[in-house]
Design a binder for this molecule. Sequence first.
Ligand SMILES: Nc1ncnc2c1ncn2[C@@H]1O[C@H](COP(=O)(O)OP(=O)(O)OP(=O)(O)O)[C@@H](O)[C@H]1O
Length: 257
Amino acid sequence: MNLQACEVGWDLGRRTILSGVNIDVAPGEIVGLIGPNGSGKSSLLRLLAGLRRPTRGTVSLDGVAIGALPRRAVAQRIAVVEQAAVTDQNPTVLDVLELGRTPHRRSWSAGSRRDAEIIGAVSRDTEIESLLDAQYNALSGGERQRVQIARAFVQEPRVMLLDEPTNHLDIKYQLSLLELVSAHVRRTDASAVIALHDLNLAAMFCDRVVVLADGRVIENGTPDRTITAETVDAVFGVRARIVEDDGVWVRVGRRQP
Ligand SMILES: Nc1ncnc2c1ncn2[C@@H]1O[C@H](COP(=O)(O)OP(=O)(O)OP(=O)(O)O)[C@@H](O)[C@H]1O
């Protein structure tokens, strides 16, 4: 399924938050969104998810404007993972995972055997089986984040939109969470757009990186072409050194003054 933003702009009152954004996300692709605080990454993800309507341009799924699709049809195709905040309700982890099946259920129908199988398989893959009966609000930030990723997998989406999914995670879980997303994308031929602050993780896991600054796309291409010392300097105002290494072939580090 192709997700496309064509000349997308978004204003809030008189303020322009995003303008002239063109992105095309193909099946099987992981696209990283990087850019400074306030550059518009979360806003763009919400527009791509159909949670906000663009002021200009269109967001479409396989050529159909997302605004013209029923909310349920969008939810069957797109899973969104935002920052894992606590909720007003007091759900268990299992309740949260079951929410991921809602778009696929007929209204008021109980969970099917297939729902239970998917929830079981995903909780095993994401190593949250031991948490299923725990209260979601009582989990650590990192555990909640893993549960939200699991909820997104349970939704069986064609596109995943993830807003800084590695926040709160220690380095082991940052890697394992992105490995899980990567494996899921390869296995299901879905796609993912991931807002990331860590440029190394973006270089390691993304097929393509979109660099945002002041609500505009500054670069869009493979990590080696987009995460360059010049771009990091221009966009973040940070002097960086890009080092090729075995495996992790791009590193951003401090350059000696
Ligand atoms: N609902 C809103 N009300 C007011 N301003 C908003 C709203 N949503 C976004 N903005 C503004 O739009 C700009 C872009 O915000 P956004 O959260 O999209 O950036 P970001 O790149 O995700 O930032 P960060 O890296 O800090 O998470 C910011 O200046 C923000 O204050």
